[in-house]
Design a protein around this ligand. Sequence first.
Ligand code: HEC
Ligand code: HEC
Ligand code: HEC
Ligand code: HEC
Ligand code: HEC
Ligand code: HEC
Length: 355
Amino acid sequence: MVLGNNVKKSALLVFSLAMLMVFAVSCEGPAGPAGADGADGIDGIDGVDANATCTECHDNSQGIFAREIQWAASVHATGGNFERNTGECAVCHTSQGFLGNLDGTYDWEATGAIINNPNPQNCYTCHDIHNTYTEADLGLRVSGAVALRNVTETIDFGKGDVCASCHQGRTVEPWPVAGGADIAVSGSRYGVHHGPQANTFAGTGLFDAGSGYTNPAMSHAGLITDACVTCHMAEPFGVQAGGHTMKMGYDYHGSLELNTAGCLACHSADDAVSKTEELQAEVQGMLDSLKTLLDAEGITAAGSDNSVSGTYDPVVAGACLNYKALTEDRSLGVHNPGYVKYIINNSIAVLNDLP
Ligand code: HEC
Ligand code: HEC
Ligand code: HEC
Ligand code: HEC
Ligand code: HEC
Ligand code: HEC
């Protein structure tokens, strides 16, 4: 009843307003005062119709949807390790920790507080989504020089800078120095951590035993402008590889079917595939030889990549650190063919030279 009355009242009001407008227009009376500005959109920009800028992304091109399903197939979405939500771990493993570290609101060194309801790396981690509510928000969160953690150097990989912020080695204290003090290794995780790809690509931050072999000119680092993004985010192939899946390839009858879209500027597709297969087999063989030597020193044991606690000659600790980093880089040389072979060859050489 009450509702009915209100509806009637408002219908009457609308009708009267409409009549007033008709009257005003037909009689051309003096214009009324300007109306107040409309309420701002959600955090919108004054003077801009929010809807107009929303459609710079939310249109019918299906571009956002394509990225969403690619991302959903990526290890960023499926990896499941984002419960590493405290201290430095949270800076790479959670979206909130990463953004908080960038803008200074998450001080992992001082407090390293638990991040509740952590999210994995997602649209908001790499892009500035819903900041200005314009297309400019697709800009990347990180651009320009990135400081490496385990060596006093910065790198600049273009669009790959955002990747390098997380995919780089962690610090190792004390860093082994050939001829220097012995190294006490405690625990199974001695090394620079699981994702040292920015180091291998740039050719820095691994243990350089410095004997015998020289570091050749870098074939990929100086040439590929956007580094990681050029190869891993090349033209996608469904949700199997490329684009926001960030995958280099997919499993096809038990072997890697490489997405060569990002290689074609420099290699033919066939060459990219055959060179990769050849290099990966060679590097795997070299890593196996290095592992045999490390097992003999007792810093690793056969059948496991874990380190064994103990005190070691610095070159043994350094060679172990290299073995783990190059195993966990998981490109088996592709990131930087010359540097990777140089590091492994020198590691093998110093272990062979030990008394
Ligand atoms: C830079 C591109 C971009 C612009 C401009 C943009 N959005 Fe979005 N929006 C996104 C993305 C990407 C997502 C998906 C986020 C996700 O998967 O959670 C999204 C998700 C949403 C959602 C779903 C809920 C959520 O937060 O996930 C709403 C609602 C939304 N946007 C509203 C708006 C409105 C309203 C505007 C304009 C005021 C706007 N967006 C402008 C990129 C944009
Ligand atoms: C500098 C960034 C960074 C920091 C800091 C970091 N991680 Fe990671 N972590 C990574 C990356 C990148 C990967 C994924 C590597 C890959 O899959 O190639 C990873 C992988 C892992 C994995 C999965 C390993 C596997 O074999 O599947 C675990 C577990 C993990 N991290 C635990 C931790 C813990 C615990 C901490 C804190 C003590 C930590 N991480 C700190 C970047 C980081
Ligand atoms: C790990 C970082 C990362 C994540 C997570 C990520 N993006 Fe991206 N995105 C990038 C990079 C880098 C590019 C540039 C790719 C290029 O230039 O080839 C890009 C490009 C884009 C573009 C094209 C922009 C343009 O200027 O053409 C869109 C749209 C986009 N991303 C949407 C999304 C959405 C939606 C999500 C979440 C489902 C998402 N991204 C998650 C890193 C990321
Ligand atoms: C905020 C940190 C962060 C950023 C930024 C980031 N990654 Fe990752 N990435 C990770 C972590 C952590 C994992 C492992 C996820 C897990 O296991 O939960 C991972 C996983 C991956 C994997 C899969 C590794 C596997 O185990 O198969 C690839 C490939 C990858 N990232 C490439 C990229 C590329 C390319 C970029 C830049 C466009 C990028 N990442 C940006 C942290 C990051
Ligand atoms: C020259 C092209 C190229 C560039 C540039 C490149 N990668 Fe790779 N990456 C590869 C190939 C090829 C593999 C091996 C794929 C395989 O064997 O499964 C790989 C493997 C990986 C893996 C292991 C997971 C996987 O999918 O196999 C991660 C993580 C990764 N790269 C991250 C990065 C990051 C981060 C950068 C930038 C610092 C980068 N890559 C630059 C080609 C490239
Ligand atoms: C900007 C140019 C460029 C791009 C893009 C590029 N490469 Fe290369 N790559 C080179 C150059 C130059 C060399 C050294 C000369 C040679 O061996 O062809 C090289 C060497 C290699 C080698 C080592 C060959 C050997 O015998 O040591 C492999 C493997 C390789 N590239 C794979 C790839 C793959 C896979 C991709 C794409 C995912 C790729 N490259 C993208 C320029 C490029």
